[in-house]
Structures are given as structure tokens and as C-alpha cells.
Design a protein around this ligand. Structure first.
Ligand SMILES: Cc1ncc(COP(=O)(O)O)c(C=O)c1O
Length: 403
């Protein structure tokens, strides 16, 4: 039995059967709409996390839920054993959005990353000519790409790794933002460079302006695939469809997830040209649920929303306002503000407590944010949030910082 008191009134929930992975804030959601979550006792919270960017288009976005409801009444799952009329149009639309010609839909973000790694290794042996089993992939220090055994093998987060070995070999790391170090790490057997364009879980770390363009040039010169993990940074979060666009960079492979499922279904994808994704043949990869008709119908709607550009504009404009308001708190409990669009990492003065403690105080005032690291809070509201709501959230934050 857990008693949740952080929000002022105690709620008892029997969560003895719920195994641990996250350390949730003591809020029990009963319903949600737009940028707001209502708990089981009717208290309303402004959601400034958006399920780690999975709810970019708002909770229960009506355009998305209408399509989901209609698809529930037709066909929801056939597995890839058969065709469905939803899959091919979804893949064509997403490929066009990305400027590529092939899509492999999966479910979770980690699955997309795993799939991207498999594709890069297969491309390495079949196309680049790297001896089987000898390839390596260069990743960034402080990366976060998910929680599977292979992915934690190249994480430097000890909490994510400890006790889960043996680890998958074939990865080497270089400091994020240091293109020279990536150049040194690449050798003849390197098949891919895998990076988040902006590191999310590390604290919304924006690289120096020359980093991604230099990585792009390096990968082209050395015949290495540039894989951009846009699972958290992509799909309008930073004010562009893809964060890579801020630097005019087009990766060879996009890894997408979270918001692709419209806040309704787990839906992820690997997107690339057929010279790359075409290395997979029937039987070499699979997923029972990947690309199911329900997810594909929702994904097509998400792509249509993104083609209109309204959420990219909202994120850019409202993000500028949010960053301006947050930066005004520098010296008043805030030490640094980073990010792009409606995505901010805010370092707080450690004297005020941990970021987790500050997020609990904010929850009591009706604003939900989450800590990324000891002293860093993440503000990533659904992109339907209004300017007034942003102002209200930051007023609450200022009040918490003022004690
Ligand atoms: C950049 C990035 N890649 C991959 C993942 C993993 O996604 P999922 O939790 O859906 O497996 C995340 C999740 O936060 C992420 O931020």
C-alpha cells in the first residue's frame, strides 16, 4: 500500500503488484484532455511532461482519437503475416515526411533503436564489406536510447547497467558535441554513428552548432551511416519536424517513436532509403504488433498533422516564450536553461533541494514536471498548451523557487 501525500491530500493505492521501473510522482491520473490531467479526486494538473513527448499533440487529441475509434470498429491486428490496407499508406506517408523511401514500423522506441542497430550491422556486412561480427557503432557519452540489454550495454548510466551484464559488444563512445573525438573513434569497421541530435534524458543538452554538420560530413567521408535517434526530439517537439533540421542535417536513418503513436498506441519506426533498409529480407527481423492496422491508422493521422506544420510553429513560438520566462528566473533559483522549442532542461540551485523535491513541490501547485538528473528539471508540455497556461506554470515554478 502506498499513500500519496505530496499533492496535499492523501490517496491510498494498493500497488503491491506493480514492479518497479520508474519512480513516479504521487499523482493518480483518472482522465486527461489537451494539456491537463485530472486525478482520482478531481484535482487538475497542467502536464508539463507530455509522457516524455509521447503526447506532443495533446491528451486525447480529437483528430487522432476519432481515427482510433473508427479503426477499432474495422480491424486492429493481423500481424505482418498478412497485409492490411493501413500499413502501406502509413509507410508511404512517413517516408515522404522524412524524405526517404522505406519505413519499418515497430512498437517501442527501444525496439526502433535495436532495429536500427541490426540494420546498420547488416548494411555493414552486406554493403560496406565489414567482416561478419567485426563491426562497431560509435555512440555518445551520456546517451539514452532505451533499456534493452544491448542498449544498456553502451550506456554509461550505472543504474541502468549494474547487474544486467553480460553486455553486448560492438560499441564505443565519444563525448557528445566533440566531432574530433567521433572522428578518432571511427575506424574501417565502423558501420554507424548513433546519436540523439539533442540529448534528452541527459538534461536536454544542445550540441555546439558545428557538431551535427561535422558528424554528417564525417559519416559521408568514411562511408558510415548517421543514425539520428529522434524518438524524443522529433515530431515537432523542438519547433521543427526533426531536431536535425536546426542544423540543416539529414541523417541516413531516422529512429522515431513516442509521438508517432499520437499518445494512443506504442508506435515506432526506422526510416531510411531502400539501399539501407532493403538489406533486411523476410525472416531476418519481425514484430507481431509492429505496423498493426490500429497503430498504422493513428500514425497516418500523426503524419498528416505534421504535414500541416501547425505544431512545429506552436512549439517554436511558444517555446521562445517559455525559454524567455524560464531564463528570467536565472539567479532566482535557476542556474541554467537549455533546449529548443517547447523543450527545456532547467538546472536549479542545489541549495533548494533536488530536482525531484522541486517537482514534488510543483505537483502540489498543480504543475507536473519530471527531473532528469539530480538538479535538472525537464519542461516538455503537450504542444497544445497555451501561452497563458505556460505563464501560469512558470508562475508556480517561480513561487516554488522563492520557497
Ligand atoms: C532518445 C530516446 N531513445 C529511445 C527511447 C526509448 O523509448 P521507449 O521507452 O519507447 O522504449 C527514449 C525514451 O525515453 C528516448 O528518449
Amino acid at each position: 500500500m502506498t499513500t500519496l501525500e505530496a499533492t496535499g491530500a492523501a490517496i491510498a493505492i494498493d500497488d503491491r503488484c506493480v514492479a518497479h521501473n520508474y519512480a513516479p510522482l504521487p499523482v493518480v491520473a483518472a482522465s486527461a484532455e489537451g494539456a491537463w490531467i485530472t486525478d482520482v479526486e478531481g484535482r487538475r494538473y497542467l502536464d508539463c511532461l507530455a509522457a516524455y513527448s509521447a503526447v506532443n499533440f495533446g491528451h486525447r487529441n480529437p483528430e487522432i482519437t476519432a481515427v482510433a475509434h473508427a479503426q477499432l470498429d474495422t480491424v486492429t491486428l493481423v500481424s505482418r503475416a498478412f497485409h492490411s490496407e493501413r500499413l502501406a499508406p502509413f509507410c508511404a506517408a512517413l517516408a515522404e515526411l522524412c524524405g526517404k523511401d522505406m519505413v519499418l514500423p515497430m512498437n517501442s522506441g527501444a525496439e526502433a533503436v535495436e532495429t536500427g542497430i541490426k540494420v546498420a550491422r547488416k548494411w555493414g556486412t552486406d554493403v560496406k564489406g565489414v567482416p561478419a561480427g567485426a563491426s562497431n557503432i560509435v555512440v555518445a557519452d551520456n546517451n539514452f536510447h532505451g533499456r534493452t540489454t544491448t542498449i544498456i550495454s553502451f550506456s554509461d548510466d550505472e543504474t541502468a547497467r549494474r547487474g544486467f551484464g553480460p553486455y553486448t559488444p560492438g560499441f564505443r563512445a565519444a563525448p557528445f558535441g566533440d566531432a574530433d573525438a567521433f572522428a578518432d573513434a571511427i575506424d574501417d569497421n565502423t558501420v554507424a554513428v548513433l546519436v540523439e541530435p539533442i540529448q534528452g534524458e541527459a538534461g536536454i543538452i544542445v550540441p555546439p552548432d558545428d557538431f551535427l554538420p561535422r558528424l554528417r560530413a564525417l559519416c559521408t567521408q568514411r562511408n558510415v551511416l548517421l543514425i539520428a535517434d529522434e524518438i524524443q526530439s522529433g515530431l515537432a517537439r523542438t519547433g521543427k519536424t526533426f531536431a536535425c533540421e536546426h542544423w540543416g542535417v539529414v541523417p541516413d536513418v531516422y529512429l522515431l517513436g513516442k509521438a508517432l503513436g499520437g499518445g494512443v498506441m506504442p508506435l515506432s519506426a526506422v526510416v531510411a532509403d531502400s539501399e539501407i533498409l532493403g538489406v533486411l529480407h523476410p525472416g531476418e527481423h519481425g514484430s507481431t504488433f509492429g505496423g498493426n492496422p490500429l497503430a498504422a491508422a493513428i500514425g497516418s493521422t500523426v503524419v498528416a498533422i505534421l504535414q500541416r506544420g501547425e505544431f512545429q510553429c506552436r512549439s517554436a513560438q511558444l517555446g521562445a516564450h517559455m525559454h524567455h520566462r524560464l531564463r528570467q528566473l536565472t539567479g532566482h533559483g535557476v542556474v541554467a536553461v537549455r533546449g529548443k522549442g517547447l523543450w527545456a532542461g532547467v538546472d536549479i540551485d542545489p541549495a533548494l533541494g533536488t530536482a525531484k523535491q522541486v517537482s514534488l513541490r510543483l505537483a502540489r501547485r498543480g504543475v507536473l514536471v519530471k527531473d532528469t538528473h539530480g538538479s535538472t528539471l525537464r519542461f516538455a508540455p503537450p504542444l497544445v498548451i497555451t501561452e497563458q497556461e505556460i505563464d501560469w506554470a512558470i508562475d508556480q515554478f517561480a513561487a516554488v523557487l522563492a520557497g
